[in-house]
Design a protein around this ligand. Structure first.
Ligand code: TYM
Length: 344
């Protein structure tokens, strides 16, 4: 007879996510993450942080890191996160993340980390020269999530593997410390349009902060002219858009632009193809540029407005960190007891 499954987590449902302050935010971050955060804050208790500790796994100029941390906070606010609803804070301001990460370093197995594709991508040919932090990065991510016992994590597709590792860590901790249902098996929320936005220069590469070509991405701080010009210059093929979705299968650049249009308009790819099928990029690109400018330019404007008052941003981040600690500290206290650390 097979063993019955361990009892499931029965605590409150919570949403958590974060973005690294390691470069300018782009359309992929906006559609894959920020838009979802703003929606979910109305549904469950929500924690959204700036992943400054993750950012230093690769070298960051200290002054720039501080500035980019505030920029991400401003982007959260500009995208509609409400500090009265969601707790918004820098990861480094809540020490419980790293305290739990150490325990999880002792729970996670080397073999699990060896499988992480993001480490392989980021370390490239010179694995031995990467920081140890880059390697254990997903363990800190598991701690970010489980220190709030978060049940739902809105992220883009590229974070799926890290979320699987988070579940493995939770299950192993619950098992090893005889604590069934203590940590939830967190769900990644990747569904919906915008979960994987590709580069505007190469439909087979993810839109990314680290792409050397600025033409590959639309930054949230780009003004209307820059947005329109990048869409005009986006790589495409000479064919008109197909009449059906199947016709996009072998056309990554066309598929990406259709996906971006759908995500920005709140439509499905099929609805966009129904509208633009048979039309050339000479028609589709200007329509996409108008839509992108209408949606994104105001976000950039609002961001600049928030950034004009960094003291107010810091006040919001401090209040968010206090709220976050109030949830995280008791979880870490419980973990300390379970692990056998004496309290003095
Ligand atoms: P980061 O900073 O690389 O990206 C932030 C969010 O944006 C999403 N994203 C995309 N979505 C669609 N298309 C794209 N081209 C695209 N590029 C990025 C990412 O999936 C992510 O949701 N490890 C995380 C930060 C993190 C975190 C966490 C997230 C640290 N701890 C705990 C969730 C929970 C990262 O590097 O995201």
């Amino acid at each position: 007879m097979s063993q019955p499954p361990p009892p499931a987590y029965t605590g409150p449902e919570r949403v958590l996510s974060g973005v690294q302050p390691s470069g300018a935010l782009h359309l992929g971050n906006y559609l894959g993450a920020l838009v979802k955060f703003a929606r979910l804050q109305h549904e469950r208790e929500t924690f959204i942080f700036v992943a400054d500790q993750h950012a230093i796994t690769v070298w960051q100029d200290p002054a720039l890191l501080a500035q980019q941390t505030r920029e991400i906070a401003a982007a959260y606010l500009a995208a509609g996160l409400d500090p009265a609803k969601a707790a918004i804070f820098p990861q480094s301001a809540v020490r419980e993340h790293v305290e739990l990460a150490w325990v999880f370093n002792c729970v996670a197995r080397l073999g699990w980390l060896d499988r992480m594709t993001q480490f392989k991508e980021k370390s490239g040919k010179h694995k031995e020269r990467s920081s140890v932090g880059l390697y254990t990065y997903p363990v800190l991510q598991a701690a970010d999530i489980l220190v709030y016992k978060a049940t739902h994590v809105p992220v883009g597709e590229d974070q799926r593997q890290h979320l699987e590792l988070t579940r493995d860590v939770a299950a192993k901790f619950n098992h090893d410390y005889d604590a069934p249902g203590f940590f939830p098996l967190t769900e990644a929320l990747t569904q919906g349009p915008g979960a994987r936005i590709m580069s505007l220069r190469d439909g087979s590469a993810k839109m990314s902060k680290s792409d050397p070509s600025d033409l590959s991405r639309i930054n949230l701080t780009d003004d209307a002219d820059a947005i329109a010009s990048k869409i005009r210059k986006a790589k495409t093929d000479p064919e008109p858009l197909p009449e059906g979705l199947d016709g996009l299968a072998e056309r990554p650049e066309a598929k990406n632009l259709v996906g971006i249009y759908a995500a920005l308009a709140g439509k499905t790819d099929a609805e966009v193809i129904a509208e633009f099928g048979g039309k050339g990029f000479g028609t589709f690109k200007p329509a996409l540029a108008d839509l992108a400018v209408a949606q994104l330019a105001p976000v950039g404007e609002r961001m600049r407005g928030y950034l004009a008052d960094p003291r107010e941003i810091d006040r919001i981040l401090k209040a968010g960190a206090d709220r976050a600690r109030a949830v995280a500290a008791p979880v870490v206290d419980e973990v300390r007891r379970k692990v056998g650390f004496i309290s003095l």
